[in-house]
Design a protein around this ligand. Structure first.
Ligand code: AMP
Length: 530
């Protein structure tokens, strides 16, 4: 007899993080973070292939990063839905499992599977079945390919994504459900690799109801804890060079004693792990010691140890220019939302790197008040996603869009510029990033174009998106998201036929593109921008 699987009725809130992930459900009136990794509430987002059958995920995998880096992958979120340098989707081959290669989606699916299994093992009494439905958090700047790849990863892990939610919105929900409503909140999110700042307005709309309106978003694509680690590595390496005359970052130069590039690479790896530990220690203490016995062996067989001390002020000086970039992004976000520093009622911290004391000092100085610190920056996003998930109802038919309960209303902003290609391969903007998408009606924008040639009977409409303002469609960061052809245009002189293109974007990120020509021919396209 076939065993029928019983599904849990909860919709899970999942934070699939660059460095760490977490899963939560809304249970007995509050978000509950579920234990996932050997009793821990967060799971390092690291995957290591041990052999043909065994894949480790989490802390065990992270501890293999150094001993077996070729079979171990971290920070996969940076690759998901993106093309590699060779223009092909990112792919990883593990020497321990040579028969196939793995995409970033496959590797993210391993992390999601482990989250789900861990939650199931630790919390069966609450869940009462296998997790099936999920709300997954994504960074505010994810494009469609990245979003779709995240949904595909969930599918591979046996999950049905009922909604994606932007990480800062999830954080604001977690905060606003615990605290007072009617506030303008700034979410400062500094993780391992990216920085995002978001401004949200929370208003109570009646009994127990709240509305969330995103007022602005900004970010720095490559800024986070990894950069801080690198600064510590540079400090340590300079100190090491003073005593050994070996520059561990210089793989090419003929180093004193003839150190092999392999030995230098291994030394960098060892230093990287210790640098992160030292960084976390500096969040607690004024000094951190980095000790690495036999860091490397030179060509003469001499073993070099590393033993150095770093103090917090030295670290602060090194990371100050980096934090300044985040400060500038905060200022840009506030200015773009036409707000002032005084309008911000609360600053909420998200992401492990906000534990760095200089981050808090900088924000306290900037706003004249301390950031709110009662919420765990590692799990706040999963908690908010679970609270949001509780307002959605599970669809009977997985193809049907889930219904949004009215207790949380999110007025969202367009996150990317949307437009079409026009003459000379130019990007012509139709819906601009930053516009508001109302909760109840789609945002609709139209533009008129005309034929370029005499007797033109066909026009190809190619739809593009980009995160920044771009002039040409071949520039970096511009992605094609769909196209269609209008045919049977009656032959007329150049410019005589007018074509109106309308873009309609709703809060579920469904983009409808419609083209209508003055003589009545046209076409349409629907792009699910999940
Ligand atoms: P996240 O992507 O939010 O999980 O953040 C991960 C980043 O936070 C990594 O770069 C960690 O090294 C960093 N991090 C975690 N804990 C601390 C800490 N106590 N002090 C400084 N950085 C930390």
């Amino acid at each position: 007899m076939a065993l029928i699987e019983k599904y849990s009725t909860y919709i899970f809130g999942i934070d699939l993080g660059t460095s760490n992930s977490a899963i939560a459900v809304y249970h007995k009136g509050r978000a509950e973070i579920l234990k996932v990794d050997d009793g821990r509430y967060t799971l390092p987002s690291v995957v290591s292939v041990l052999d043909v059958e065994t894949t480790l995920v989490g802390k065990q995998a992270r501890s293999r990063m150094l001993v077996d880096p070729n079979n171990t992958v971290a920070s996969i979120k940076r690759e998901i839905g993106k093309l590699g340098e060779d223009g092909k989707p990112w792919n990883k081959e593990f020497p321990n499992r040579p028969e196939r290669s793995y995409s970033a989606t496959d590797i993210s699916a391993f992390i999601l599977t482990k989250l789900v299994m861990g939650a199931q093992q630790s919390s069966m009494d609450i869940l009462q079945g296998t997790p099936r439905y999920a709300v997954i958090c994504i960074p505010a700047n994810f494009d469609d390919n990245q979003k779709n790849a995240t949904i595909d990863a969930a599918k591979l892990a046996g999950l049905e994504v009922v909604s994606l939610i932007e990480e800062p919105v999830a954080a604001a929900i977690a905060y606003a459900l615990e605290k007072d409503r009617d506030q303008t909140i700034l979410i400062y999110d500094l993780g391992g690799g990216t920085f995002d700042v978001s401004l949200l307005r929370v208003d109570s709309t009646g009994e127990g109801l709240a509305s969330f309106k995103i007022l602005g978003k900004e970010g720095v694509q490559k800024l986070g804890g990894d950069d801080f680690d690198l600064e510590i590595m540079k400090i340590a390496s300079a100190k090491f060079q003073e005593s050994s005359e070996i520059d561990i970052f210089d793989l090419k130069k003929d180093q004193g004693g003839g150190v092999s590039p392999k030995a230098l690479r291994e030394a960098q790896q060892k230093l990287k792990e210790k640098a992160e530990i030292a960084k976390c220690e500096l969040s607690q203490s004024q000094k951190a010691l980095i000790e690495i016995p036999s860091l490397l062996k030179d060509g003469d067989g001499k073993v070099h140890n590393l033993e150095i001390e770093i103090d917090r002020s030295e670290f602060n000086d090194a990371i100050r220019p980096l934090l300044l970039q985040s400060k500038e992004a905060v200022e840009r976000a506030i200015a773009a939302a036409k707000l002032t520093i005084e309008d911000i009622s609360r600053i909420i911290l998200v992401g492990g790197s906000t534990r760095v004391p200089l981050v808090r000092e900088m924000l306290t100085e900037m706003f004249g008040k301390e950031p709110y610190s009662d919420i765990d920056p590692d799990t706040v996003v999963a908690a908010g996603a679970a609270s949001f998930a509780a307002t959605l109802s599970v669809p009977d038919d997985p193809d049907v869009q889930p219904q949004l309960d009215s207790s949380l209303v999110i007025d969202n902003l367009v996150t990317l510029n949307l437009g079409i290609e026009v003459r000379d391969r130019r990007f012509n903007l139709i819906i601009a990033k930053g516009l508001e998408i109302p909760a109840d009606v789609p945002l609709s924008m139209s533009k008129e174009y005309s034929t370029q040639r005499d007797n033109q009977t066909e026009i190809r409409i190619t739809v593009y998106q980009s995160s920044d303002t771009k002039e040409f469609i071949y520039e970096e960061g511009v992605t094609c998201i769909g196209e269609f052809l209008i045919t049977k245009i009656p032959p007329k002189p150049k410019g005589a036929e007018k074509i109106t293109i309308t873009f309609e974007l709703d809060q579920q990120n469904l983009l409808k593109v419609k083209a209508e020509s003055s003589s009545g021919v046209g076409g349409a396209l629907e792009i699910k921008r999940s």
